[in-house]
Design a protein around this ligand. Structure first.
Ligand code: FES
Length: 106
């Protein structure tokens, strides 16, 4: 179990998720409207783009470069080479407890 924080401007939204679930599962549990996830978590749309807090970016498993994730991120508005990730591709681990994720206006 890990507690995840989604940051929207001055608002912090928190949700508990199980290890093995994804950041997209976490966002869905609390109906985060910025994350529309049009492809339903299949790494094909880019609409689950977020920025990982820079204090956490080294804790998160890196992008699997052979996936479509880097390509989709580079095409996204607000792309940040260091911080951008797709929620559907980040699987929760125990060490992610307290993770801060910044929501974007897509
Ligand atoms: S939900 Fe479509 S890429 Fe993540």
């Amino acid at each position: 179990m890990a507690k995840i924080f989604f940051k929207r401007a001055n608002q912090m939204l928190e949700v508990d998720v199980n290890v093995g679930e994804t950041l997209l599962d976490a966002a869905k549990k609390i109906n985060i409207s910025e994350i529309t996830a049009d492809c339903k978590g299949n790494c094909a749309c880019g609409t689950c783009h977020v920025h990982i807090d820079d204090k956490w970016i080294d804790t998160i498993e890196p992008i699997y470069v052979a996936s479509l994730e880097p390509y989709l991120l580079e095409k996204s508005k607000n792309y940040n080479e260091k911080l951008s990730r797709l929620c559907c591709q980040v699987e929760i681990e125990d060490s992610y407890d307290g993770l801060i994720v910044h929501l974007l206006e897509n």
